[in-house]
Design a protein around this ligand. Structure first.
Ligand SMILES: [Zn+2]
Length: 234
């Protein structure tokens, strides 16, 4: 009887809130997955996690000391990847970021390049922005990654101390200046000596990740790797 009630409630919830694929919006993602089977196959994967040095790490050459870096998908405009990022960021699909993070965290765990990671730290939103949106999508991606990797998630390790202006229509140099000193480390004793996986939803120039890495790297013994959900190609 209880099972029947649960099934009926489940069916009713599916009817009211169908679990749509986070990328293409179809109604057929398998149980426990944010993406339908077609999107799992078709979305453009980078596979950067299999190579310590890759096109993403090369983009940080000369900027700061980086162990390795990866992104789950390539960001391509006007494709389901862009739709997915939009749903995650603006349409409340934070559980999709979490689920993708769990999945990718398990892949990182077996790649052999992420086994010394012992903490996940997301790029924070300004508290005012987080309050408006109700959540930080990068923190949900990071929470999933930490679970997949089996390590601690430190969602308040960095704090964004002032709101940056819109980043669009700014050069890389201007973006860097715009974000510089916008992030401070909170409770440094918890972070020192750690190999930190710094995570964000999407990387364009890398200026925000750089602005986050620099204060962390002032702490003794800190090493940084990076994992984003998507990366825009040069
Ligand atoms: Zn799909």
């Amino acid at each position: 009887m209880l099972h029947l009630v649960r099934t009926c409630i489940g069916d009713l919830l599916d009817l009211l809130y169908p679990r749509l694929c986070a990328a293409c919006g179809c109604q057929h993602p398998p149980e426990g997955s944010a993406l339908c089977i077609a999107c799992q196959i078709d979305l453009p994967r980078t596979d950067y996690h299999l190579f310590r040095e890759n096109p993403l790490t090369r983009r940080f050459t000369g900027r700061f000391a980086l162990e390795t870096a990866t992104s789950m998908f390539y960001f391509v405009k006007d494709t389901p990847v862009q739709d997915m990022l939009h749903r995650i960021k603006y349409q409340g699909r934070k559980e999709a970021a979490w689920s993708l993070g769990q999945h990718y965290g398990r892949e990182l765990r077996t790649s052999g390049l992420y086994e010394t990671i012992d903490m996940v730290v997301p790029v924070p939103l300004h508290p005012h922005r987080e309050h408006q949106r109700g959540y930080n999508q990068s923190a949900w991606w990071g929470r999933g990654l930490s679970e997949g990797l089996g390590v601690e998630s430190n969602e308040r390790g960095l704090v964004r101390v002032r709101k940056t202006e819109s980043q669009t229509n700014k050069s890389r140099q201007d973006r860097l200046l715009n974000t510089r000193e916008a992030f401070v480390v909170r409770k440094p004793s918890r972070l020192k000596g750690r190999h930190i996986l710094l995570v964000d939803d999407v990387m364009t120039t890398g200026a925000t990740l750089e602005a986050c890495a620099l204060p962390l790297l002032t702490l003794p013994g800190v090493r940084i790797s990076i994992a984003t959900l998507a990366v825009a190609q040069d």
